[in-house]
Structure formats: structure tokens, C-alpha cells
Design a protein around this ligand. Structure first.
Ligand SMILES: [Zn+2]
Length: 393
């Protein structure tokens, strides 16, 4: 008999994409077993359509009755982008009606429209999560009540000495053009990183209660060469259409792209360190299945990167468990180990508080009260690889 040395709450990935709405490909059900095999028992889905809400309910019911092995979808968000104020307000109401948990905002939303969305969402009592539009300051979103910010967006600007100037230049433009200008300005913004400005911004945002999902895996992977990605032993676990997408997106980069990516990673890590020091609550999220970001596995990458960028092991674990439960207002049923809470647990061979890498040594997962031992978890991964092969012929 093997002694289990440590027990941990099930992990929650706060930034995943289960649907492929832009490319009209089937949903990423292939990812479900990979999440569970890696201890991810809950996810926040970041871009759904109103008509997909019943599908989410169907998956969650199937997990509960034991006919599907998948993480529970704890929250799902709907994108809102209309031209007129009336259309925007209607879309927010429709999203709420459909059962969505939040409105997802994107970078190209012009600042006036972003304000309309925030206003209507507050009337409808639905949260707003997502990007910070290119024309809007990070602190502005936090003061207005945007619940979470993803990918450290606009914190790069707020942590530079030129935020006021770059934001002013973008406000003269339309939403899409503002995003293009933001991308043009990126190198200068990163070069002008200002630690004192960053500390001030982090302190001000932390005081509002906004949460941050840094998705460090994205900037970390972008900063590294991805030449031999098809040799990764996990490559066969991806569905074939997903492999094709990664192949398209991982085309060779120019030296200029590579140096910008390296600078972005270094700055991202500094910002996370500053946020953490300011007491800002961090959420662990990965944006899987972005290229190189494997479902489930990437959660461990993210937690290790959070630790590398200054979080204690305990804080990193909280970012993947209790912080997520709190921001989603689910902390009465999950996010910690307690009587009456849902039994989503990891049993580990060794203590992740001593070394965060130990979180990968999973002996068993308890998914909503059902025990999956190491052999069951290995089978989940194998079945996934086999499915992919038979499906591709
Ligand atoms: Zn995303």
C-alpha cells in the first residue's frame, strides 16, 4: 500500500475555452479527461454564446450523475459587442436571461461602449470579466467594478511612466484602431516599466477588490522557442483540428518578435510580483488550449510560474482554489476542504507546500465524491490519445 502524504482541494482553471465559436469547430470535449487527470475539477469558460448555456448545463449534469468525467463548468461568460447603446443594453439583458454568469469584454470595445456595458451589467446584477479595452485604464476598470482582468491587460501601461500619453493617443481612434496602436506601442510601454508607478497602481487596484488572472503561461511560452513542439509526448492527446491550429499559430518568429516576447515575459513576472506584494488577489488561469498550453498540465505550469514570480506555495494554491471560489461566490460549496462542501479533491504523494512541483504527483482525484485512482487517471489520458487517433483516420 502506498501512503498518501497530502490532500488538496481540486484545482480550478479560471481561464479556459471550451467552445470554438470563431472557427466553428466542435467543442473541446477532448480536453475534459486531461483536466481531470491533472487535478483540475472546475473551470471558468471564457467565451460562450447564449445558445450554448444549455450545453454547459448538460455537461455539468452528466458529471454529477457520473456519466461524464469532466471538470465542472463553474461559470461561463458571453461577449457583448453592439454599436448602439440600446443594442448593447439588450445584449447584456439577453446574456443574463440565458443564464450566463458574466459579460466578457474584449480589447476593441470603445471606452463609451465599455461604460454602457458596465452600467447595464450593474443594473442587471451580472459581473463583467475579461480584457481591459485598449482605450481604458486598468484602474478605471477596477474603480468601475469590473470583477476580473485577464492577461495583466493594461497593467503594463499602468506600470510604465507613459500610461497617460499612450491612453490619450488611443482615445482619438476607433476601437479596432486603438488595439492596433496599443500593439505598436507595446515595446515602448515595456521598455518604460516603472517600479514605483507599478507599486502605486497595484495598491490602488488592490483596494478596489478586483481580481487578476495573469495567465503567465502565455507570456512564458511565447518567450521560448517552440521549434520542436510536435515532439512533445502530449502532442497526440490533442484532437487533430487542434493540432492543425497549433501548427498554424506556431509558425517561426522573427528575432524582433522573440526579443519583444522576452521583454513581455520579464515585465509580466515583475508585475505579478508587485501585485502580490500589494495584496491583490490572484487567480490561476491558463487560456488553454492556446498553442503549447495543454489542458490540465498547464495549470501546474501556471502555479509553478506564479511561485517563480513571487507567490508563496500557499498563495499559489489559493489562486487555484479558494480565490476562484470566492470571486465566483461559490465558497460556500467549494474551494476548500470542509464538511458539507463538494468533494473535489486531490490526493498527493508529497506536500506541495514544501515544493509546488509536488502538486504534479497525483495519487488520486476525487471528482464530486467519486474516487479516481492513479490507474484510472492514466487510463483517461490513454483513452484520449486513442480517441484522437481513431478519429483522425
Ligand atoms: Zn481567453
Amino acid at each position: 500500500m502506498v501512503a498518501v502524504n497530502s490532500c488538496c482541494r481540486g484545482l480550478i482553471d479560471m481561464h479556459v475555452h471550451l467552445f470554438n465559436n470563431a472557427s466553428h469547430r466542435p467543442a473541446n470535449e477532448w480536453a475534459f479527461p486531461l483536466f481531470v487527470a491533472n487535478g483540475v475539477t472546475g473551470v471558468r469558460e471564457m467565451l460562450s454564446l447564449p445558445e450554448q448555456m444549455p450545453q454547459i448545463g448538460h455537461w455539468n449534469n452528466a458529471v454529477q450523475n457520473g456519466s461524464l468525467v469532466a471538470p465542472r463548468i463553474l461559470a461561463a461568460g458571453i461577449r457583448v459587442n453592439g454599436d448602439s447603446e440600446q443594442a448593447l443594453r439588450q445584449q447584456v439583458r439577453d446574456a443574463k436571461q440565458s443564464g450566463a454568469d458574466f459579460i466578457k469584454v474584449f480589447s476593441e470595445v470603445p471606452s463609451a461602449q465599455w461604460r454602457t456595458i458596465i452600467d447595464e451589467a450593474s443594473k442587471q446584477e451580472i459581473a463583467v470579466d475579461g480584457h481591459v479595452p485598449a482605450q481604458v485604464g486598468w484602474l478605471e476598470t477596477a474603480s468601475a467594478g469590473q470583477r476580473t482582468v485577464e492577461h495583466l491587460m493594461q497593467s503594463y501601461e499602468a506600470c510604465s511612466s507613459i500610461e497617460a500619453r499612450v491612453l490619450a493617443s488611443r482615445r482619438e481612434l476607433g476601437g479596432e484602431a486603438a488595439v492596433a496602436l496599443r500593439d505598436e506601442q507595446e515595446r515602448e510601454v515595456l521598455t518604460r516599466f516603472d517600479p514605483a508607478a507599478c507599486r502605486r497602481a497595484a495598491k490602488a487596484v488592490a483596494a478596489t477588490g478586483q481580481y487578476q488572472t495573469p495567465t503567465l503561461v502565455l507570456s512564458h511560452f511565447e518567450s521560448r522557442s517552440s521549434k520542436d513542439f510536435e515532439l512533445d509526448i502530449r502532442w497526440p492527446l490533442l484532437r487533430e483540428d487542434e493540432q492543425a491550429r497549433w501548427q498554424r499559430n506556431l509558425a517561426p518568429r522573427t528575432p524582433d518578435d522573440a526579443s519583444l516576447a522576452a521583454l513581455r515575459w520579464k515585465t509580466s513576472c515583475s508585475i505579478v510580483r508587485t501585485l502580490n506584494n500589494a495584496g491583490m488577489p490572484i487567480l490561476a488561469g491558463t487560456d488553454t488550449p492556446m498553442p503549447l498550453v495543454y489542458p490540465g498540465y498547464s495549470m501546474h505550469d501556471e502555479l509553478e510560474l506564479l511561485v517563480a514570480c513571487g507567490l508563496s506555495n500557499a498563495k499559489a494554491l489559493q489562486a487555484a482554489t479558494i480565490n476562484s471560489a470566492k470571486v465566483l461566490r461559490l465558497d460556500n460549496t467549494l474551494g476548500s476542504v470542509d464538511i458539507g462542501k463538494r468533494a473535489d479533491l486531490l490526493l498527493l504523494d508529497s506536500d506541495p507546500l514544501r515544493d509546488i512541483h509536488h502538486l504534479r504527483d497525483i495519487r488520486a482525484v476525487v471528482l464530486d465524491g467519486k474516487l479516481l485512482g492513479r490507474e484510472d487517471l492514466d487510463k483517461l489520458i490513454l483513452v484520449n490519445g486513442a480517441n484522437k487517433k481513431s478519429g483522425s483516420k
